[in-house]
Write a protein that binds this ligand. Structure first.
Ligand code: ZN
Length: 141
């Protein structure tokens, strides 16, 4: 049994970060136009900080279904970063992911300019440019 987020929670998580990936080293737009002028392409994912089911990344048995499906347990990411954080849950701990969310929420409306502000939330491996997906950390270089 998976504790999935509701459509409303997914919408909240995506809007709070302006439909961009919450990984500050990525920052990719997760929403864009389809060829059909009335259509939208979504490549964003409402990822669980503590996994939706046992055996998943950062799963915490003590959480209730309500806590696990609450927006506080979710983070909006592009599909690549959603896979990345689940493949290395030691590097991408709850503390790291919550740090990303906290830094973004302090930015107010509009994407915070200050990537410096994120640095304190980065695990050492990420500060050194390891464990980011191809090209994501080199955009500003
Ligand atoms: Zn991303």
């Amino acid at each position: 049994m998976r504790d999935d987020f509701s459509a409303g929670t997914k919408e909240l998580l995506s809007k709070r970060v302006g439909f961009t990936c919450s990984n500050p080293e990525c920052d990719q737009a997760t929403s864009g136009p389809q060829a059909d002028p009335t259509g939208v392409v979504n490549i964003g994912v409402a990822a669980h900080i503590s996994a939706a089911s046992p055996g998943g990344a950062r799963y915490e048995e003590a959480l209730s279904t309500e806590q696990r499906t609450d927006s506080s347990n979710g983070i909006w990411l592009c599909q690549t970063c959603a896979k990345l954080i689940d493949n290395d849950s030691t590097l991408f701990s709850r503390d790291v992911l919550e740090g990303w969310k906290r830094a973004l929420s302090q930015g107010g409306c509009g994407r915070p300019d200050s990537k410096q502000g994120f640095r304190q939330y980065f695990p050492a491996g990420l500060r050194e440019g390891r464990a980011t997906h191809a090209g994501a950390s080199r955009r500003d270089a």
